[in-house]
Each structure stands twice: as structure tokens, then as C-alpha cells.
Design a protein around this ligand. Structure first.
Ligand SMILES: Nc1nc2c(ncn2[C@@H]2O[C@H](COP(=O)(O)OP(=O)(O)OP(=O)(O)O)[C@@H](O)[C@H]2O)c(=O)[nH]1
Ligand SMILES: [Mg+2]
Length: 326
């Protein structure tokens, strides 16, 4: 059953891929076991895509850019998968609908596969599911995997941690708005694309781009970057300008990193990171049962009322968790 599904995924069957992603997104224990068996089978014959994380504030044009950028890539014969991570989708659901209409052409392209964000509020869960979806898309033979996320909260750091390249999409802005981009995220960006460089916004976009290029030069040069990176450039998703230049910047950087060994080292460091994260998540999940929450509340009342010391209460809690496991 699992090996049949694995074969169909390897053959690039989209329905099998979609089913497998649903399987890794499921919280049911039997599904989880099946998902892990499937991933293990696929891992025996790994394939590698270029994973591109793409972040940017709401309305900057991520979906519009991915639509035309994706069409350009499929036009070159490449297979493109788009995964979205939207921390707000659990609540609103609205942006998924928006994305479907905005990526209308790409979603009909036989060389493209688009999957909206899993609707889970818990970011840790979303991280693992997205990573596994990336692995499944690689197994299905996709060449490029675009992981889109809204630039809020921790979701962009999470996406950067699962990408080979991280692209930040920005809008033309006045000079004082430059500070709005968090330093941490600037440091993670390999490429800054100032979108909407068209019509009335064009000159403003050029100025904004120069500002960011200057800001990037002030950051410490990273060992895994050749000269001139991280880079900033202008694009227009609407007029389809600069898409090829942006792609060339990405593939040049990818080729350089592969040659230098940075590519594999980065993936290894990411695997290490996600292993640690999964262990932590699993431990925290043990605290998230009804019985554990109840005891936690009781013990914390006792601690607050001075009837029990915090250390002793923690000991009781850990003893309970240990017992619950056996
Ligand atoms: N002028 C101009 N407008 C653009 C361009 N790209 C996108 N837009 C417009 O910007 C608005 C937002 O575009 P989206 O692609 O939905 O932006 P997004 O970043 O995906 O937005 P969220 O998914 O809501 O975070 C739309 O009205 C687009 O038509 C561009 O290159 N030039
Ligand atoms: Mg969008």
C-alpha cells in the first residue's frame, strides 16, 4: 500500500502527491505511522529540488510574483511546486481563496502543483508538515519548490530554515520605512526583490532598491556567499519584468554554493535543527493532554499558595509524564 503510493509519487502522479500531503498533514496516529513509512521508503531514493523560501508583507505581491515566475519556469520545462505557509489561514481561510484566483494560470499548468497552507493554528505542527510536503514534492520530481509565507511572526524564520535560498519581496517605500524590515530577516535574505517596479512606482522602486542594497552591504559578509550577495533588485510581477534576472541570481548562487559545499552543509545543519525541534515539540506535546493540563493547573495553584515549592512541583509533573508514557 505504502510502496504503491511511493511508486505513484515517484512517477509524478499529482493525485498521489496530493494524497500523500494530506497524509502527512493528518494528526491521526495510524496516518502518522503510514506517513513515516512512506517518507522512509521515498528516502531510499532521494531526489533534490531547489527549495526557495519567499516571504513578504501582505499585499506586496507574493502570489502575483509566484504566478508569473512559476509560469516562466514551467515555460522552460521545469516542474514547479508551490507550498504556502500562512499562519492566519487557520482563522480566516480567506487568503487561500485569494491565492487560487491569483495563481489561476499557474494552477492550471500541468507542470505546476499548488498546495495551500495546512490549516493548523500550531506553528510547530505546520513546520513539520510543510517540511514533509517539501520532501514529497522532491520525490515527485519537482525541480523548483517555492514556499510562500506572509512576513509576520515566526513563520518566515521557519520557512528560511527549510529553504536553500531565501527571497524577500518588498514594496517600493519611502526611506524611513526601511527600518520596518527586521534585521534578523534581512540577515537571512539571499535576494531582496523590490516588486511593483512599474508605472508610477518605478522610480520609487529603484530608490528603495538602492537603499536596501546599501543596507545589505552593511551586513557582515557570509562565508556561504560569493561576492555581490546578498543582492537587491527590482521586479514587476504585473509587467513581468526582471523575472529572468531574478532566476539567474538564484541559480548562480545555488551553483556556487553547491560547488563550495555550502549547499550540502546548509541542508545538514537544517536537518539537525529540525531534529532538535521535533524532539522539543514532541516533549511539549506530552504536556498538552487533558490529564497533564489538569495536574499542571493543580500544581501551579499549590505553588502559588505556598504549599509546594516550584522545584518539587516540577518533579511531580515530570514523574507524572514518565508514568503516563509507560
Ligand atoms: N503595480 C503592481 N501591482 C502589483 C504587482 N504585483 C502585485 N500587485 C498588486 O498588489 C496586490 C497584492 O498582490 P498579491 O499578489 O495578492 O500579494 P500577496 O503578497 O500575495 O498578498 P497576501 O497573499 O495577501 O499576503 C494586488 O492588487 C496586485 O494586483 C506589480 O508588480 N505591480
Ligand atoms: Mg498571497
Amino acid at each position: 500500500m505504502t510502496s504503491d503510493l511511493a511508486d505513484r509519487i515517484r512517477a509524478g502522479e499529482r493525485r498521489a502527491l496530493a494524497r500523500a500531503i494530506t497524509l502527512v498533514e493528518s494528526r491521526r496516529a495510524d496516518h502518522r505511522a503510514e506517513a513515516e513509512a512512506l517518507l522512509a521508503t521515498l528516502a531510499q531514493d532521494p531526489r533534490e529540488a531547489i527549495r526557495i523560501g519567499m516571504s513578504g508583507t501582505p499585499g506586496v505581491g507574493k502570489s502575483s510574483f509566484i504566478e508569473v515566475f512559476g509560469m516562466m519556469l514551467t515555460g522552460q520545462g521545469l516542474k514547479v511546486a508551490v507550498l504556502a505557509v500562512d499562519p492566519s489561514s487557520a482563522r480566516s481561510g480567506g487568503s487561500i481563496l485569494g491565492d487560487k484566483t491569483r495563481m489561476e494560470r499557474l494552477s492550471r499548468d500541468p507542470r505546476a502543483f499548488i498546495r495551500p497552507s495546512p490549516s493548523q493554528a500550531h506553528l510547530g505542527g505546520v513546520a513539520r508538515r510543510t517540511r514533509e510536503a517539501v520532501t514529497l514534492c522532491e520525490a515527485a520530481g519537482f525541480d523548483v519548490i517555492l514556499i510562500e509565507t506572509v512576513g509576520v511572526g515566526q513563520s518566515e524564520t521557519m520557512v528560511a530554515e527549510m529553504s536553500d535560498l531565501f527571497v524577500l519581496l518588498l514594496a517600493p517605500a519611502g526611506g524611513d520605512e526601511l527600518q520596518g524590515v527586521k534585521r534578523g530577516i534581512m540577515e537571512q535574505a539571499d535576494l531582496i526583490l523590490v516588486n511593483k517596479a512599474d508605472g508610477e512606482l518605478k522610480s520609487q522602486a529603484t530608490r528603495t532598491c538602492a537603499d536596501y542594497a546599501g543596507a545589505l552591504r552593511l551586513l557582515r559578509k557570509r562565508a556561504e556567499d560569493p561576492d555581490g550577495y546578498p543582492r537587491a533588485m527590482t521586479v514587476s510581477a504585473m509587467q513581468e519584468i526582471g523575472l529572468d534576472t531574478a532566476w539567474a541570481a538564484m541559480t548562480d548562487l545555488a551553483a556556487w554554493r553547491k560547488k563550495q559545499g555550502h549547499w550540502a552543509r546548509r541542508r545538514a545543519a537544517q536537518a539537525r535543527h529540525w531534529f532538535r525541534t521535533d524532539v522539543t515539540e514532541a516533549l511539549l506535546a506530552q504536556l498538552d493532554t487533558a490529564a497533564a493540563r489538569e495536574l499542571m493547573a493543580e500544581l501551579s495553584d499549590e505553588v502559588a499558595e505556598g504549599r509546594l515549592l516550584p522545584g518539587a512541583a516540577a518533579g511531580r509533573m515530570l514523574a507524572f509524564l514518565k508514568e503516563q508514557q509507560s
